[in-house]
Design a protein around this ligand. Structure first.
Ligand SMILES: *Cc1c(COP(=O)(O)O)cnc(C)c1O
Length: 364
């Protein structure tokens, strides 16, 4: 990994977020003439041989990276993770059905609010009373009888709270993996549906990845609009209508880059180390702190607050001047947040640590 252009910064944005430098260079180099077509990838037909090959390779790489077993469909949609918060209940539940939601942050709260429009959505556990600083112990979850599915958010991007295990469900398990997918290996066979907006660990905004167990494709009510059914995408190779070709192209390059890094086993080691360094530095300091319980701290989104919040603006201005951008925490929680997705190099974390140490020295 190299950051050669002096104008490039280390970008800690929560999303859209950093893309691998090598990928950006490849995009630039082949922008005017993609694959000898004499056109950019944005100008070719999505049904042409070259793009179909890209789509095939991209799906194959998703399957290989995640070791997806037989019996699952891999879909490429639009509408972001937010549309999936609607499509999940639309495709899996009928009006009278009960569905279960675990609420560990703002994204899972949004998901349950959406499900409530279609069926009876029960919040079976919530950490709202703890300001979303922990995950309620699964032994305490009050599960519904006959829930059509159980939904949870493995990584809550805003507070930086992550499940480091897969909960037992007994019913189809549905996960919003927007900010954790491809950060480490996962056992796909435990899931009914996984969805993720691309703009964190996959590629640019505009593309949404959905992985769905094939038997669940049959549950959608017949009167559901065609584009709201996962089945439509499964039956058409995700080409029900014109797909977001440029975003898909970049996602394909990002996944090829991830393969070159050694896949998910290799990236997981790096991710755990990157996050660990930051949490260690925050924990030994009384100048910075992280409120999240240690066993549920996110590898991808490291939130921290300054003991003296009147220094926040100064921290942000000086870090930005040092080439470390987008460290401001989400408006709902304040403080700082460093999003350190796969494409954020370890050198960026090291630079942030050096800056934080220096800033503490100068301002305590
Ligand atoms: C970013 C994010 C979303 C929202 O994604 P969109 O693609 O903007 O709809 C939803 N859930 C989680 C966990 C996220 O991190």
């Amino acid at each position: 990994m190299r950051i050669s252009d002096t104008s490039r910064v280390f970008n800690f944005s929560a999303g859209p977020s950093a893309l691998p430098f090598d990928v950006l260079e490849q995009i630039r180099s082949e922008l005017l003439d993609w694959q000898g077509t004499g056109m950019s990838v944005m100008e070719v037909s999505h049904r042409g041989a070259e793009f179909l090959e890209l789509a095939k390779r991209c799906e194959a790489n998703v399957r290989e990276l995640l070791s997806i077993p037989d019996g699952y469909s891999v879909l490429f949609l639009q509408g972001g993770a937010t549309l999936q918060m609607s499509m999940v209940p639309m495709n899996l539940a009928a009006a009278g059905d009960v569905v279960d939601y675990v609420v560990t942050g703002i994204w899972s709260k949004k998901a349950v609010a959406e499900a409530q429009k279609f069926c009876t959505a029960n919040v079976i556990a919530s950490s709202a009373d703890q300001d979303f600083s922990e995950i309620p112990d699964p032994a305490s979850w009050v599960r519904s009888d006959d829930a059509a599915y159980l939904h949870y958010t493995p990584n809550e991007t805003i507070a930086g709270v992550e499940f480091h295990y897969i909960p037992e469900s007994g019913v189809p398990l549905v996960a919003d993996m927007s900010s954790t997918i491809f950060s480490r290996p996962i056992d796909i066979s435990k899931f009914g549906v996984i969805y993720a907006g691309a703009q964190k660990n996959i590629g640019p905004a505009g593309l949404t990845l959905v992985i769905v167990r094939d038997d669940l494709l049959e549950l959608a009510p017949k009167n559901l609009p065609h584009l709201m059914t996962w089945r439509a995408y499964a039956e058409s190779g995700s080409m029900t209508n014109t797909p977001p070709t440029f975003a898909w192209y970049v996602a394909d390059l990002v996944l090829q880059w991830l393969m070159r890094q050694g896949g998910l086993d290799a990236i997981a080691v790096i991710n755990e180390r990157k996050a660990g360094k930051l949490y260690d530095a925050i924990d030994v300091s009384d100048f910075y702190s992280n409120p999240v319980r240690k066993d549920c701290r996110s590898w991808m989104n490291v939130a921290f607050i300054l003991a003296d919040s009147s220094l926040d603006a100064k921290f942000l201005a000086e870090s930005k001047a040092a080439g470390l951008t987008n460290l401001k925490g989400h408006r709902s929680v304040g403080g700082m947040r460093a999003s350190i997705y796969n494409a954020v190099p370890e050198a960026a974390v090291d630079a942030l640590l050096a800056f934080m140490s220096e800033f503490e020295k100068n301002n305590r």
